[in-house]
Design a protein around this ligand. Structure first.
Ligand SMILES: [Zn+2]
Length: 95
């Protein structure tokens, strides 16, 4: 029996119904799956590694969400502001 480390709750839905699955059809990889929302952790070559990846992902989930917001703020907001200023510029120059 392989030793299964304790799995953290799902970073997406908070469920603790997380299970280690594997190896997959090709016999290559193990991964942790959430029974509630079907989230899948990164694949690992063995159960222990897959569990570690899953647990690390739980740690970095908040950072990941934050960085998406930051990307939105850094890319979309300047484009919208630029378009607004361009519109103002055209209106002013046409008068
Ligand atoms: Zn889940």
């Amino acid at each position: 029996m392989p030793i299964e480390p304790k799995l953290r709750p799902c970073p997406f839905c908070g469920s603790d119904k997380t299970k280690l699955h594997g190896p997959d059809e090709r016999g290559d990889y193990y991964s942790v799956l959430c029974d509630d929302c079907n989230a899948e952790g990164p694949p690992g070559e063995d159960g222990l590694y897959a569990s570690e990846l899953w647990n690390n992902k739980s740690d970095s989930h908040c950072v990941l969400v934050l960085s998406r917001v930051e990307i939105f703020a850094a890319v979309v907001v300047p484009i919208l502001l630029g378009a607004w200023f361009w519109g103002m510029f055209l209106r002013l120059t046409n008068q």
